[in-house]
Design a protein around this ligand. Structure first.
Ligand code: NDP
Length: 451
């Protein structure tokens, strides 16, 4: 039995349906770091894996709130404080009906390693609730956020745990959460990131994850001797924070993003996505993508029902570079085959774990440049840490300064990942490079801090 198989076997008891995605993330990391475990016994001696895969604590709480019909609603809230070896727990809050402990453990585990890769002093955590902001009034969202923070505030703080946004939690929700925290504690402090700029947010936080994914891709393509993105057709999934800003940055650098998706369907606009219209539909009106073709009837709308099980229209469109930016496991092995047959050169994960393990293997075995989420979408958390630094020192940085620091951070991550892969004999494999580099950083801190 290989060292990776032996390690994975140790955790098989907890592999239940709810923990499926957590195990998927954990297994990927264990297979990747096998060369490190083989080369240095101390990681096993100090039981680093056994300690790393168990969160420091999981806080689970009831959230009760009154809807607009004065009916009492009950949801479940969570905060998974996973690991603070490198700094305060840091990671987003997700409000979505699918949220459960297993999904948050997967996201929190990935977050520890992603945050380590940025080189910044932040640990990993994640949280959220099974609340669906879709279709709720602003007042209902406000009441839910207040009720959620009534419990969460006991466990967070600028040097303890600093949550941010994720799916379903944007500037509006962060504003309501921050307002409630301030009311309860009478303290105006950097306890949440992703705040609107006029009360303590950093410029560029909304753009950071999407822009960062494009900066990472540019560096990776250059290091791998491939052509730049300029003038190239790109496909993007999602129509939320990450996707919109990936599309925006691709347009800035002269690439041609031609797609976006939401949970109901895909837009394919061969002349390039109309970003102003897309922002109006999704940010201003929170409406369906189907409205896009009312303004651009020459574009195509493909609903999810029109596509066979296990495949997605967006990945069947020929492109030079693909950017999955919606959600986990949205790019399957069937999608990977379609992309490969159509000549894709690079795939960058803007979302967390959007590609299935089989899809990733297909990309790697076909020598497609593949940028894994924990490296490629670290721009968001990097700018969140810049927001913490600005809050702590009570100064504001310009858009240009944050953008420059973000670009540099993404370039450094890409180079560190590529170099680590080379050092451990898997040159060009950014998945293994990212997992080894980040695991080593956290593990060395854990060893230095004792048990
Ligand atoms: P948003 O809530 O802003 O947007 C998510 C988008 O994905 C929406 O357009 C949503 O569609 C779509 N979507 C959700 N589920 C599906 C699905 N099953 N199939 C197709 N589309 C779907 O979230 P973000 O943009 O913030 O986050 C997207 C991903 O990026 C997540 O994996 C998140 O964890 C990750 N991420 C986000 C960061 C950030 O800074 N925001 C940082 C790092 C990672 P609909 O409009 O119909 O709901």
């Amino acid at each position: 039995m290989s060292i990776a198989e032996t390690e994975i076997k140790k955790f098989e008891n907890g592999n239940c349906a709810e923990n499926k995605v957590f195990y998927q993330a954990m297994e990927e990391v264990i297979y990747s770091i096998a060369p490190l475990l083989e080369s240095d016994e101390k990681y096993q001696e100090y039981a680093i894996l056994e300690r790393l895969v168990v969160p420091d604590r999981v806080i689970k709480f009831k959230v009760t709130w009154l809807d607009d019909n004065n009916k009492i609603q009950v949801n479940t809230g969570f905060r998974v404080q996973f690991n603070n070896a490198l700094g305060p727990y840091k990671g987003g809050l997700r409000f979505h009906p699918t949220v459960n402990e297993g999904i948050l453990k997967f996201l929190g585990f990935e977050q520890i390693l992603k945050n380590a890769l940025t080189g910044l002093p932040i640990g990993g955590g994640k949280g959220g609730a099974d609340f669906d902001p879709k279709g709720k009034s602003d007042f209902e969202v406000m009441k839910f956020c207040s009720a959620f923070m009534t419990e969460l505030h006991k466990y967070i703080g600028p040097r303890i745990d600093v949550p941010a946004g994720d799916i379903g939690v944007g500037g509006r929700e962060i504003g309501y959460l921050f307002g409630e925290y301030k009311k309860i504690t009478s303290s105006f402090e950097g306890v949440l990131t992703g705040k609107p700029f006029f009360f303590g947010g950093s410029l560029m936080r909304p753009e950071a994850t999407g822009y960062g994914a494009v900066y990472f891709t540019e560096t990776m393509l250059e290091m791998e001797g491939k052509e730049t993105l300029e003038g190239k057709v790109c496909t993007v999934s999602g129509a939320g924070n990450v996707a919109l800003h990936a599309i925006e940055k691709l347009q800035h650098i002269g690439a041609i993003p031609v797609t976006c998706t939401d949970s109901k369907g895909t837009i394919y606009d061969a002349r390039g996505v109309d970003l102003d219209l897309l922002k109006d539909i999704k940010l201003n009106r929170r409406a369906s993508l189907q409205e896009y073709i009312e303004v651009h009837p020459e574009a195509k709308y493909i609903s999810v029902e029109e596509y066979p099980e296990g495949a997605h229209a967006v990945w069947d469109i020929p492109c030079y570079a693909a950017f999955p930016c919606a959600t986990q496991n949205e790019l399957t092995d069937i999608d990977a085959q379609n992309l490969i047959v159509n000549g894709v050169v690079s795939v960058t994960e803007g979302a967390n774990m959007p590609s299935t393990p089989k899809a990733i293997n297909d990309f790697l075995s076909h020598k497609i440049c593949f940028a894994p989420a924990k490296a490629a979408n670290a721009g968001g958390v990097a700018v969140s840490e810049f927001e913490m630094a600005q809050n702590a020192s009570m100064i504001r940085w310009s858009f240009e300064k944050v953008d420059e620091k973000l670009k540099l951070t993404m370039q450094q991550i890409a180079k560190r990942v590529a170099l680590t892969a080379k050092d451990y004999g898997v040159e060009g494999n950014y998945v293994d490079g990212a997992n080894i580099a980040s695991f080593k950083k956290v593990a060395d801190a854990m060893i230095a801090e004792g048990i």
